[in-house]
Structures are given as C-alpha cells and as structure tokens.
Design a protein. Sequence first.
Length: 174
Amino acid sequence: MVDLRGCNAECRAEFLLLHIKNMPVTSGSDSGFSLFGSINDQLSAGKRGFDGLVKRVMDPKVQADELGDLYAVVAKTAGASCKDKGGITLCTTNAPLFGRGGTTIGDTYVTAPGDPDLVDAPKLRHERKHVKQWEKRGIKFAFDYYKEGLLDPCQNAYEKAAGFADGDYWQCVP
Ligand SMILES: [Zn+2]
C-alpha cells in the first residue's frame, strides 16, 4: 500500500497527478463527475487492489490538501512567496495564476503582492471559508463553484457564504 508519510508537497502533488492521469474516465455517471463515477464503478465491481488508495484519493479533505499543495508548488515555481496564515497558505505573485483579486484552491490562496486589501484579516477570513468549502467537497468544488457562475460573484452562493463584505465584493452587499 502506498504510504504518503514522509512525502513532501511536491511528492504528493506528483502522486495525485499520476493517479488522476491513470484513472480511467467513463461517462454516464450520475455523480456528474465522470472520474468519481469511474472509481465508484470499480469499487462496486469488486476491484479491491487499490481500494485503500482510492478511499484516500476520494476523501474531499485529502483532495483539498493535495490540490492546495499543488497550487502552492505551481505558484512557488512561478516565483511566489508563500507562508502559512493559520489554516490557509498565502502566496503572493505577479504571475497570472489567479482570477479577480485572488484565487483559493484547496488550502492555498494565491494573490498579487503589494495590496493590503488582498491579504487583510477580513479577506483571509473570507478565503478560509473557501478552504472549508474545498475541504467539504474536494475536487468537485471546482465544478460546483463554476456552476454557480464565475462572472458575477453576487450570484455565487459560495461567495455569499464566504461573505461578500469580507471578500471585498461591496457591490453585492445589500
Ligand atoms: Zn471568494
């Protein structure tokens, strides 16, 4: 069985990518996400060879951590400096790795350097709520968030839940 102890962020990101790449993708799953459907199909079909691994890879919290690590690695590779801010890894970079004022993937928030509004306490509180959303839903959160709409944050239920004011979405505050 694969043991991820002693495996650093780069190693775990590589591990996740390798396994995602090797998972057969099927269509017609009722989960709405074919990769998950495929894993479920394999488990119910009794293919137990890597069930421990699958359970781990299927765990939304593990997915959020792995995706966050991967995002931080990509950001660092692009020259970002990253630090732990209590439940969230804050990376700042001028590289075009984020949307709007910043993007949180898993437990990593990447934003531009030099703007205090992007890293102040309310903003980090807002982004930590996105971390919780990732941890609850795993990879699927990317699709769930997308379905809520990328263009108008005011119409996005996850932005509303994370707090419009904390997120500096003042145009959405009634
Ligand atoms: Zn937000």
